[in-house]
Design a protein around this ligand. Sequence first.
Ligand SMILES: Cc1cc2nc3c(=O)[nH]c(=O)nc-3n(C[C@H](O)[C@H](O)[C@H](O)COP(=O)(O)OP(=O)(O)OC[C@H]3O[C@@H](n4cnc5c(N)ncnc54)[C@H](O)[C@@H]3O)c2cc1C
Length: 440
Amino acid sequence: MDFDIRVVGGGLAGSEAALSLARLGLSVELWEMRPLHQTDIHETDRFGELVCSNSLGSDALRDARGLLKAELRLLGSAIVGCADASRLPAGKAFAVDKNQFSGLVTQSIQSNPLISVRREEYRRLDSSVPTILATGPLTSPDFLDELRKRLGRENLFFYDAVAPSIWAHSVDRDSSFLSSRGGDAADYLNCPLTREEYYTFVHALQSARRHLPETPHEQKYFEGCLPVEEIARRGDDALRFGPMRPIGLRERPEDCFAVIQLRKENREGTVLGLVGFQTSLAIAEQQRVLGMIPALRNAEFVRYGLIHRNAFLRGPSVLSQDLQLRAFPRIWTAGQLCGVDGYMESTALGLVAALNAAATLRGFPRPVFSVQTMMGLLVDYVTQERADFQPANANYGLLPLEPGPKQKAVDREAFAVAALKHIRHIADEVEAWSTNKTVL
Ligand SMILES: Cc1cc2nc3c(=O)[nH]c(=O)nc-3n(C[C@H](O)[C@H](O)[C@H](O)COP(=O)(O)OP(=O)(O)OC[C@H]3O[C@@H](n4cnc5c(N)ncnc54)[C@H](O)[C@@H]3O)c2cc1C
């Protein structure tokens, strides 16, 4: 073996893991099956491709994802470094130019002398080689079968949906207006609907033809990313209190009853994504139903919304606290495969897996991420037994409940201060042991 560790999957978690391991002096063999085998969603052969939205969530410290980014920055995350370098203005959201971002990640990997890239599909689990599995929500079917065979029925999956993107030039500017819910107004183009237009639109959405997974058992959506037609089925007003809420917009037309927001997906602003508008409608129905929105009546689609398989392991049943597979020591898991959801969450578990693997291979005590940090809360979530396990985003609801009937509201500022202190301590620890190059 002419490398120290293998990483499988060059998405967010795998790229973060490979770059972190290399920074710590370990040599890495990084497997990525694209472009030889594409997933249903990825479009390029790049590392760190963002498969849908270009938003990485909030950057504010009091928000869970903002704190998560701050923790990652302290630990020297390469992925957050590339995101910082490709950031776009987007109000309170941290959005990036997707091409520039994945270009930077790819360049960092390909120019790193400690990382050798192997463009191949990984099909069989080889437990004789220290490995980090980061094959993500779109893990290839063959390897998913292998995981099911090796780990049993704890391997679950559910279905998820993606929002469409359209060409900016095809939006009717006379029927839309610029305004943001905080931040720079120019970052969001809003497509308003009157009361009558809204209900006509919702009724069309409720009865439109959809692409559904084959069995009812598989028609299980992640609550944080529901298709809009699924939200519409929950009540005529559900959308105008959800992704189509018109509140917080300073200069909106008087008869604006609901609104669809469009956000830039590239620096030039030529491509716009429909914010929170993931859909599983058939393609012709997307053209018909979205065309009922006045500003989108001539919309040209860059990419249609779609429904997709979303694979994950039932972490608490199969993982130990350091993200190793209990049945296969020295095989770690990272990213969405272990049961988190989200770009930053996947990145975070890529970094944690890398630190755990590096500590084990070098014989150092592994860093312990306490539940007083956002990274620790995610690790705790995917490794501690719980009744109904579904992939989770970073959020303060992950905090363990205190004893007693009354729960106190979390003091987010105090939590963030303590979390960053704890992470700084881990960063110092890693800095100290990373200078020792012995690999066991
Ligand atoms: C369609 C879709 C839309 C999403 N939208 C968002 C969003 O807008 N915002 C958000 O925060 N999160 C989103 N997510 C959630 C998710 O956290 C991201 O998908 C994130 O990219 C997951 O990171 P990852 O590294 O775990 O997996 P990925 O980034 O998917 O990386 C996994 C990599 O492994 C490779 N691979 C798979 N199988 C094999 C194999 N057998 N051998 C070799 N290579 C393999 C794949 O080609 C891929 O490059 C979305 C997920 C999906 C599926």
